[in-house]
Design a binder for this molecule. Structure first.
Ligand code: PHE
Ligand code: FE
Length: 256
């Protein structure tokens, strides 16, 4: 579908403006450098941006483009879009009553949370590879396991940067409460990203995460996901799931 720009009411633009301003102020010290550097590329802060305007800049930067969708889409079309360097962005915005938290992604989550990272060349390549891998996982019946990798990287990933832990996951970066929780709180567990471990780990969709996985760089993430996952899926089929918030014997958590 196309972004129906005329359908936004003044209240919708105002909701976006207020969400943007509040979230932008929280970023220093919590969001990764790449995200902070690319955020201005979204353009307008005082209204919902036009997707076309973003696409002019995004396409030049990394060859990605955003496409408007009415909401969450099924696995197969989702993987297909990503494999073609197209990122689906929900076009509607939350109602003022849901200002602090919504379970479903809206245009603020999708634009503010996801799109700045697509300006980073290595991360942008990772997301495309993920889409290609998703098509294969779908055929192998491993789509659900691979979805956990998306969850623990693209949505809720943490990265170790020279100044400390930072967020790169969109679910963290677009959330007023989870940003502080994910990066600074002593409550959640933070483990170094291990593919098998992350794809065994269940996740919660209606509360802050109790487990996060940490990478050292986007090049590391890209490199570790480059090999064929087929043997990994075979192992996953025999290994039991792990609940979120659990640290297994012998695992060591990442500190600050
Ligand atoms: N290398 C994975 C495979 O062969 C594909 C993939 C790449 C998955 C990047 C996730 C991220 O299935
Ligand atoms: Fe998302």
């Amino acid at each position: 579908c196309a972004q129906d720009y005329a359908a936004y009411a003044a209240q919708d633009h105002d909701t976006y403006r207020r969400l943007y301003a509040r979230q932008e102020a929280l970023l220093p010290g919590l969001a990764c450098d790449e995200f902070i550097a690319a955020l201005p590329s979204l353009g307008a802060k005082d209204r919902i941006p036009r997707f076309d305007e973003i696409n002019e800049r995004l396409h030049k930067a990394t060859g990605w483009e955003i496409v408007a969708v009415p909401g969450l889409i099924p696995e197969l079309p989702f993987f297909t879009l990503l494999a073609n360097r197209k990122f689906p962005v929900t076009d509607w915005i939350r109602k003022p009553e849901e200002f602090d938290y919504i379970v479903e992604p809206d245009v603020f989550h999708d634009l503010f949370g996801h799109v700045p990272m697509l300006f980073d060349p290595t991360f942008a390549d990772y997301v495309q590879r993920y889409g290609q891998g998703g098509l294969k996982a779908h055929d192998l019946g491993a789509g659900e396991k691979l979805a956990r990798l998306y969850w623990y990287t693209v949505e809720f990933g943490l990265i170790r940067q020279p100044d400390g832990l930072r967020a790169y996951g969109a679910g963290i970066l677009s959330s007023v409460g989870e940003l502080q929780h994910a990066v600074r709180s002593n409550d959640p567990h933070r483990l170094p990203l291990d593919l098998l471990r992350a794809m065994r780990t269940r996740y919660k969709i209606d509360s802050y995460q109790s487990s996060y996985f940490v990478i050292d760089s986007f090049a590391q993430l890209f490199g570790m996901t480059a090999p064929d996952f087929t043997p990994l899926y075979e192992r996953l089929a025999t290994e039991p799931d792990i609940e979120a918030g659990v640290v297994l014997p012998g695992e060591s958590e990442v500190t600050g």
